[in-house]
Ligand binder design. Sequence first.
Ligand code: SAM
Length: 257
Amino acid sequence: EILSTRISPFQQVNIIDTYDFGRCLVLDGVMQTTELDGYIYNEMISHVPLVTHPNPKKVLIIGGGDCGVANELTKYPELREIDMVEIDEVVVEECVAKLSKISGKAPQDNRVNFHFTDGVEFVKDKKGLYDIAIVDSSDPIGPAEVLFSEEFYIDLKNSLKNDGIMVCQSQSPIFNKDILSRTYHILKRHFPIVKTYKAVVPSYPGGMWSFTLASLTYDPINANLGKLVTNTSYINPEIFQASFSLPNFMSGDLGIL
Ligand code: SAM
C-alpha cells in the first residue's frame, strides 16, 4: 500500500507499507530503509564510530533523513550535540510522521539539531568542530552524488577535530565494487587509519552491505567495547569485531584490508 507520495524539490518521497518488510521509505523509487531491517544499518553506521572514539561529544550526520542514525546516537548520554544535515525536509517530515519505529526518540531529543541544507555546502566552512561525522547518504545518483566525491571527503576531514573519525556507507561489495574501492582508496589518501566493515541488510541489493571508517587517531581494533550500549538489536561486542573480518574477494579484487 502506498501511504504517501510527495514530490520535494529534490526527489519523489514515498512511504509504503509491505507484507514482508513493513513500512519503508522509498526515494525516487529506491528502497532506503525498512521497519524490518533498518536497525541493522543504523546501528552499524552509528555505534562503531561511537565506540571507537574514547570521548565523543559532538557528532555530525550528513543525510540520514529517516532519523534512524540520530535515534541510535541518542542512546549515548555523553553526547552533547548531534547536528543532522539533511537536504530534504520532506524526508524528515514523512519519516517522523509515518516511520516512528525508525525515527524513534530523535525528534524529541533536544541534542539533535536539524539543518535542512546541502551537506556539501554545510561542511565547507566548518573547521575542527566534530569528534565524529557519519555520512548516511542515499545512492550516488541525484542529490547524494556529491557525497561520494574526494572534495567532500577533504572538507569533511577538515570539519573534524584532530582525533576525529568519519564513517560512510560504501554500498554493496558485490554490486558496487567500483564505488567501494574508490571510496576506500580516496579515504586512504587523507586518513592514516581506514577500515571497511560489513553487515547483512536484507532489503539492500545483495544483502551484504559495506561501511568505511576513516580515523585520524583511534583504531577500531583497540576500541573499548565495554562502552557499547546494550539496548541494541544487532550490534554487540562480538558483531563489532567480526564485522571487520572480510571475505577474500574484498581484499583481493578491491584491495581492501
Ligand atoms: N540508510 C539509507 C541507505 O543507505 O540507503 C538511506 C539514508 S537517508 C534516507 C539518505 C538521505 O540523504 C536522504 O534523505 C537524502 O535526502 C539525503 N541526501 C542526499 N543528498 C544529500 C546532500 N547533498 N546533503 C544532505 N543530505 C542529502
